[in-house]
Ligand binder design. Structure first.
Ligand SMILES: [Fe+2]
Length: 383
């Protein structure tokens, strides 16, 4: 049963534990529906959090829209994504790539301190290693104002997660992570009017854009103390297994596995981000695209290793099951992209359940996610 901070308790919630006073006197029984006075009494005892049952609170007196919103908030409360890397590590990596890229753009200079870069990538790799069981949750990880830099860090994390699944050594991971973080630095030598154009690029503009892998490779080859592989990753990250990529149009296994990993991470993260010229695809839509076409663009074992690390239905996604019951995703274990844990709150007739019920979708079972509910459909539910 989830614990709630006493400051967030509302009348109508049901206790999932009995409450005793400081003298061990019995105060409130498990299962009791809390009143305003009960909440006051709990607070006065100095208790900070209590277990409550997943029963919808009564919202008498609230307008129906407000009541709906409160119920939805309640049903999706206590769902917290554990981060693979800490905010501090992510921020340090974002600042580092931002400085490197802006130096190229504004001062025309590539300034990379290999030891500093190594330490940043090591910190990211350390977080990934110690959270090996967690899937990558794309929910809320895109920063519109800071897209290029947050995208580079996402690609770096996703690439290293894929490398771990493929059994890479720590040393190999650091090289892969370095190339992943720096894969797009060639873009800093593309004119802004092309790089930031809100609409579709013309054929001539796209031709210029397609030079960024080559430009990035040229820049990285000049850096003393950096291995040659990051430069190769920058050069090949837009190549395709079927030969349709650029700048070289190489075929099949002619391009490096590291570049394939960075390529798939780059495409997946870009598909799920909101940009000036396009709205984001939900992760499950991106997954379907990759499942349908990914094997033509990348080697199948790379696609498989990448998708193993992704949470297709991020936490708090509202879904309909094939039983027509409706619920919210509350846990996304790694390696089970199609089978998260769900908290159900509407039955097959879309009637609110008196008490939410939780279940892990099982690959051996026939119960599965039918689809993700759209915002307007959620608004129509009879909370
Ligand atoms: Fe690129």
């Amino acid at each position: 049963m989830p614990k709630m901070a006493v400051t967030t308790l509302k009348p109508g919630l049901k206790l999932a534990q009995s409450i005793y006073s400081q003298n061990d006197d019995f105060l409130l029984a498990k299962g009791v529906m809390l009143s305003k006075q009960d909440i006051q009494n709990i607070i006065s005892l100095g208790i900070t959090a209590v277990s409550i049952e997943q029963v919808l609170p009564t919202n008498e007196g609230l307008a129906s829209e407000e009541s709906k919103e409160q119920n939805l908030k309640f049903l999706t409360s206590n769902i917290n994504a554990k981060s693979i890397v800490t905010d501090k590590t992510r921020l340090a990596a974002t600042h580092q790539i931002e400085n490197i890229m802006l130096n190229i753009k504004e001062a025309g200079k590539l300034i990379i301190k290999p030891e500093q870069l190594h330490s940043t990538i090591s910190d990211l790799a350390g977080g990934i290693f110690s959270n090996k069981h967690l899937a990558f949750n794309l929910h809320g990880l895109h920063d519109k104002d800071n897209y290029t830099f947050t995208h580079s860090v996402n690609v770096c994390i996703l690439a290293m997660m894929t490398g771990i699944t493929l059994g890479y050594s720590y040393k190999d991971l650091i090289v892969l992570g370095t190339g992943a973080l720096l894969h797009d630095i060639g873009k800093m030598q593309i004119p802004d009017k092309i790089l930031n154009k809100p609409g579709k690029l013309t054929a001539a503009e796209f031709k210029i854009m397609k030079t960024h892998p080559y430009l990035g490779c040229q820049l990285l080859r000049q850096v003393d103390g950096l291995k040659s592989l990051p430069a190769l990753i920058a050069l090949e990250h837009h190549e395709s297994y079927d030969g349709s990529g650029y700048p070289l149009g190489v075929h099949k296994k002619d391009f490096h596995e590291y570049a394939q990993i960075v390529g798939i991470a780059d495409k997946f993260d870009a598909l799920t981000a909101n940009r000036v010229y396009k709205t984001a695809h939900a992760p499950h839509e991106a997954y379907e695209m990759f499942a349908a076409a990914g094997n033509y663009i990348f080697e199948p074992h790379v696609v498989k290793a990448f998708l193993h690390n992704i949470s297709i239905y991020p936490l708090k996604t509202i879904v309909v099951l094939n039983t027509l019951e409706i619920g919210v995703v509350i846990d996304t274990p790694k390696g089970r992209p199609l089978h998260p844990k769900i908290r159900l709150f509407f039955d097959a007739d879309h009637q609110r359940l008196p008490q939410a019920k939780e279940l892990y979708l099982d690959p051996k079972d026939t119960v599965a996610i039918l689809r993700v509910l759209e915002k307007d459909e959620i608004a129509e539910l009879n909370f």
